[in-house]
Design a protein around this ligand. Structure first.
Ligand code: IMP
Length: 431
């Protein structure tokens, strides 16, 4: 029953999509279990770039079945747009290979409007959400008043529920001085969504469980990252879903199967979008080098929002924490090539507060902003171009030393290293 799990170890945007793409070659099922279209997973295939927000990245491989699990929140309009984008790009997106959980929750225009209104009310304490309605949709789910994908199968009842939902939301919007939403217009929209999406709605829990029982490989594709997890992340600067390996079981509705591999995707440096603590954050020339100018699709600008990402040095205290809370068995390091050109590199190995040095934080990620990073310095490989490297031996000694330091400080073996955006720009280690 091979269950493989791919998890971001940082604040999202680690480059998970390309590793899901790589590992889906040997998977029968690829499944998303958390989040919604706040995610942005980029897969580059022969210079064709697919930016996915909702549909599992495995869809690019024609041999896979793809599941959108019950732990997700789904905006039907975004989903239909994404289906069209994929179909236009020659990808088969039919009810034979894409299944949406009947129990996944629906994001409505009211959720999006409330998300934005709440952010404007928060003023300087804003969370920097993606504005996709994620928090309000999960709030409704937990308050037991959400709309679910199964509701699309009963359009008449859905119209009544939408009426009730938008009426309530309009009261909230009014209190934030935001114009009310047009109920009739939204009902019309959702009637169309019902027709278009009904054939895709299924019991994905059963599909995943049956597959595992029969020995098929299920690849669970995490969205966002461990440090954005609603329980274990930098609360309250988190998303509203379970982004860790724990979320796989509840978000797919499967039993406590032991995972064969829990693969942590770690960018060779650290990035974050939106507000919240970021101890190793850099500015100036270093930041420019790490972020890029935005000229390339892989530069550090949000796939979903286009926002420039905050950037900084790799933080191995947070990596060890992610390894612990996820039970990571392997790491994939992404974007090592971005570090070329830098004279020296830094990795945060501990934190300091007063005279005290911490290698583990006493209360997890709480009050992270009150600690300062303690760094170890490593030499860069400056002018050597590593984008053509395909084996460990192709890497310059300084790049090898950097990876060895990640293993030493992070405590998890590295199995893959990516040195560019293309499918083949990956070094596979012999472990
Ligand atoms: P929300 O998920 O839109 O509610 O946003 C909450 C926080 O999570 C914000 O700081 C977002 O920037 C961040 N976030 C949400 N999804 C992603 C993602 O896929 N990558 C990176 N950051 C994300």
């Amino acid at each position: 029953m091979p269950l493989d799990i791919i998890i971001g170890t940082q604040w999202g945007d680690e480059g998970k999509g390309r590793f899901v793409d790589l590992l889906s070659r040997n998977a029968q099922i690829v499944a998303r279990f958390n989040g919604g279209d706040n995610a942005g997973h980029t897969v580059t295939v022969e210079r064709q770039i697919f930016k996915l927000h909702l549909i599992p990245s495995g869809i690019i491989h024609s041999g896979t079945i793809n599941l959108m699990g019950n732990g997700m929140v789904i905006h039907p309009g975004s989903l239909l747009d994404e289906m069209k984008m994929l179909s236009d790009g020659g990808v088969d997106v039919t009810p034979k290979r894409l299944f949406i959980s009947y129990a996944a929750h629906i994001i409505t225009p009211a959720h999006r409007a409330i998300d934005k209104a709440m952010e404007s009310v928060r003023g300087s304490g804003l969370l920097g959400t993606t504005g996709r309605g994620i928090g309000p949709a999960y709030t409704d789910k937990t308050a037991r008043q959400g709309l679910r994908m199964i509701d699309l199968l009963d359009p008449e009842n859905l119209m009544d529920n939408l009426d009730d939902h938008i009426r309530k939301a309009n009261k909230t919007l009014e209190s934030c001085q935001v114009a009310p939403l047009d109920i009739r217009e939204i009902q019309e929209q959702y009637r169309v969504y019902s027709q278009k999406l009904a054939p895709f709605i299924a019991d994905t829990s059963r599909i995943a469980s049956d597959a595992l029982y029969h020995g098929d490989t299920v690849l669970a594709e995490g969205a966002q990252g461990s440090l954005l997890d609603v329980d274990m992340g930098t609360y309250p600067y988190v998303t509203s879903s379970s982004c860790t390996s724990a979320g796989v079981l509840s978000g797919l509705g499967i039993g406590a199967y032991p995972a064969r591999r829990v693969i942590g995707i770690t960018k060779a440096f650290q990035t974050r979008v939106g507000s919240g603590p970021f101890p190793t954050e850099q500015s100036g020339q270093i930041a420019l080098q790490l972020r890029g100018t935005g000229a390339n699709p892989w530069d550090e600008y949000g796939t979903t929002t286009g926002r420039a990402r905050r950037v900084g040095w790799l933080d191995s205290v947070l990596l060890r924490y992610a390894a612990r809370i996820n039970g990571l068995t392997k790491l994939a390091i992404t974007k090592l090539d971005v570090l070329q050109g830098l004279d020296e590199l830094y990795i945060c190995t501990a934190y300091q507060k007063g005279n005290q040095i911490y290698t583990e934080l006493p209360f997890g990620l709480s009050n992270l902003e009150s600690y300062s990073p303690v760094y170890t310095r490593l030499p860069g490989w400056k002018s050597v171009d590593i984008t053509g490297a395909r084996t460990w031996g192709d890497l310059p000694a300084e790049a090898q030393r950097y990876i060895e330091a990640i293993v030493e400080f992070g405590g998890v073996p590295v199995h893959w290293i990516s040195v560019g955006a293309e499918r083949d720009q990956v070094i596979r280690m012999e472990s």
